[in-house]
Design a binder for this molecule. Structure first.
Ligand code: PGA
Length: 335
């Protein structure tokens, strides 16, 4: 025989019909406010109701429950024992309602929300692939992809404009940031396939000084990483041209304007059979990672959280793609 007062053992058929028919959520809301604030005046202010309305609602509730819920002691109101029991029931019902509301808002969010992603220039080669897969799982989510260079991405992150950011190098003050790796990002030296250095092994870095060099614009993460490598060996490349677009750099390299350092991701579509060759140069590939980043104190929308989880789980897929694209990478990663 189940204990009638143990709600964990109750079934929906045990629902008290007289309460369901006669108690309203409004009455409970009024009672909860008067109990919590200990005053009709303050409860009336909080709920934007008049005091007579409050009194009527509470009288109706007491009538249904069948016992007084509040008693007047001088000018104050005091809860009765029944009042305290009703108050606890109110708080747990309202908590359930709040959860219900949030769950429904979240559900709507995934059905019709929006994901705003801001990525550094080079991440345009990998963000669409992830977005494509994500969008198949959540077709109602609108996607906004902003592509700009690292400096501008950081500015936008500081202004809290987007949901999530993708970059190849986390800013120095990264203690304020939450960062997640989701793909390798190898930087390689690219040359046209007919260049005399193609096929040579272990080319010393200083040999590149004799070659005209094409480099990304100031503010680019690839530019920083490239110059840092040269700088660490006390060398300076002979920069012939600065370009803010990876695609423009690829065309410039193919046209014989010079060599350049680019992310391996930039040749994802054409693969190794395209018009660019990777040179085997000392210090390369520069092994970097891609990061998804957001400020630590940012409250992520459900859509953003889902995308983040999705991206982090995507890491092995990108790793496999990179190794398939350029098998030499496997050894470098494992060394
Ligand atoms: P970038 O960043 O496209 O701004 O150069 C890429 C990276 O940091 O690897």
């Amino acid at each position: 025989m189940p204990n009638l007062h143990d709600t964990r053992n109750s079934s929906l058929s045990d629902l008290p019909n007289h309460l369901i028919r006669h108690v309203t959520l409004r009455q409970l809301q009024v009672f909860e406010a008067v109990y919590r604030l200990g005053s009709f005046t303050r409860a009336a202010e909080e709920l934007f109701l008049t005091q007579p309305t409050l009194s009527t609602q509470i009288r109706k509730l007491s009538d249904v429950v069948g016992v007084p819920l509040l008693e007047h002691v001088g000018r104050n109101v005091q809860p009765t024992e029944a009042g305290t029991i009703v108050y606890h029931a109110c708080t747990s019902m309202f908590e359930t309602l709040i959860h219900l509301d949030t769950d429904i808002a979240n559900l709507k969010g995934l059905k019709s929300g929006r994901l705003r992603l801001c990525v550094v220039t080079t991440a345009k080669y990998l963000a669409p692939e992830m977005l494509g897969k994500f969008s198949r799982d959540y077709p109602g989510v609108d996607l906004v992809l902003n592509v700009t260079n690292r400096e501008k991405v950081i500015e936008r992150m500081q202004a809290n404009i987007d949901d999530l950011y993708i970059m190849g190098q986390v800013p120095n003050n990264s203690t304020d940031l939450q960062t997640y790796t989701f793909s390798p990002n190898p930087l390689v030296v690219m040359a046209p396939t007919n260049h005399p250095l193609v096929g040579k092994k272990n080319i010393p870095l200083k040999v590149l000084l004799d070659e005209p060099f094409i480099i990304r614009e100031p503010g680019s993460g690839i530019r920083d990483a490239t110059l840092k490598l040269f700088d660490s060996r006390g060398l300076k490349p002979a920069i012939k041209m600065e370009l803010s677009s990876n695609e423009a750099i690829k065309y410039a390299v193919v046209s014989g304007l010079g060599l350049s350092v680019l992310s391996l991701h930039t040749i994802t579509l054409e693969g190794m059979d395209g018009p660019l060759a990777i040179l085997d140069v000392e210090g390369f590939p520069i092994l970097r990672n891609w990061y998804i980043v957001h400020p630590k104190d940012k409250e992520l929308s459900l859509v953003a959280q889902k995308f983040l989880d999705f991206a982090v789980q995507y890491e092995p897929v990108f790793r496999k793609h990179m190794v398939e694209l350029w098998p030499a990478l496997e050894k470098v990663i494992n060394d």
